[in-house]
Design a protein around this ligand. Structure first.
Ligand code: PGA
Length: 252
């Protein structure tokens, strides 16, 4: 049986969707009885206020951003501050997604600054870590994910992970249709929890750790059955309301 931790399914729409898609998706979700799991949707930031208006603050479904600025409001062209996201009805922010690390050249230090800015402003940060295929083949997975985690943990301790979320997203599994096996994912989740446990065992025991990488309704239940997998960060499959709901159903 699973530990007594909050369970999450978080949809990351990436740069997909439209006003019409937002309306159809959230209308559909507001018509059904929702499964008893924490549900978060991260549409492109431009659609946050539209989604928030459909959902209302009392909704079980919460909104997240796919990124957040490390800075308070000021002269940072194109960026969005944590306070602005909160004003739009946002409660969560993904930080350190591998696509931002790769395409936007975000370093561990950038990711740490975003994590702390989100936390300080009152957003729940979702820290993503994960290895490339070459790193897995070279048996570097453990070293890579622990070093990504340590860029925050070793400087700021375990306390900053209280009320945060962690996501293990092997890069080779993102958008490829390849999923880590439940055993592969469990091994990394366990390592991440142990690493935090080296600083504070109760923070580690409470921290939800989500798996991401080609999660869909057909493979979610097997992943969710593992003791250290508390939910999923879902990309492609989170764009379809029925598929997203089915994944949430299997994480009750
Ligand atoms: P995917 O994306 O589910 O489309 O593989 C996962 C992610 O990037 O969070």
């Amino acid at each position: 049986m699973q530990a007594n931790r909050a369970r999450y399914v978080i949809g990351n729409w990436k740069m997909n969707g439209s006003q019409q898609h937002v309306a159809a998706f959230f209308d559909r979700l507001s018509q059904v009885e929702l499964p008893a799991t924490e549900m978060v949707v991260c549409p492109p930031s431009i659609y946050l206020s539209q989604a928030a208006q459909i959902l209302k603050p009392s909704s079980q479904i919460k909104l997240g951003a796919q990124d957040v600025s490390a800075h308070p409001p000021g002269a940072y062209t194109g960026q969005i501050s944590a306070s602005m996201l909160i004003e739009q009805g946002c409660r969560y922010a993904i930080v350190g997604h591998s696509e931002r690390r790769e395409y936007n050249k975000e370093t561990d230090a950038d990711v740490a600054a975003k994590f702390l800015a989100a936390k300080l402003a009152g957003l729940t940060p979702i820290l993503c870590v994960g290895e490339t295929h070459a790193q897995r083949l070279a048996e570097q997975t453990d070293k890579v994910v622990v070093s990504q985690l340590n860029s925050i943990l070793s400087h700021h301790g375990a306390d900053v992970f209280e009320g945060a979320l962690l996501a293990y997203e092997p890069i080779w599994a993102i958008g490829t249709g390849l999923t880590a096996t439940p055993e592969q994912a469990q091994a990394v989740h366990h390592l991440l929890r142990e690493t935090i446990g080296g600083y504070d065992s109760s923070v580690a025991a409470r921290l939800p750790i989500l798996y991401g990488g080609s999660v869909k309704a057909s493979n979610a239940a097997a992943l969710f059955s593992m003791p250290d997998i508390d939910g999923a960060l879902v990309g492609g499959a989170s764009l379809q309301a029925e598929e997203f709901l089915a994944i949430c159903e299997s994480n009750k």
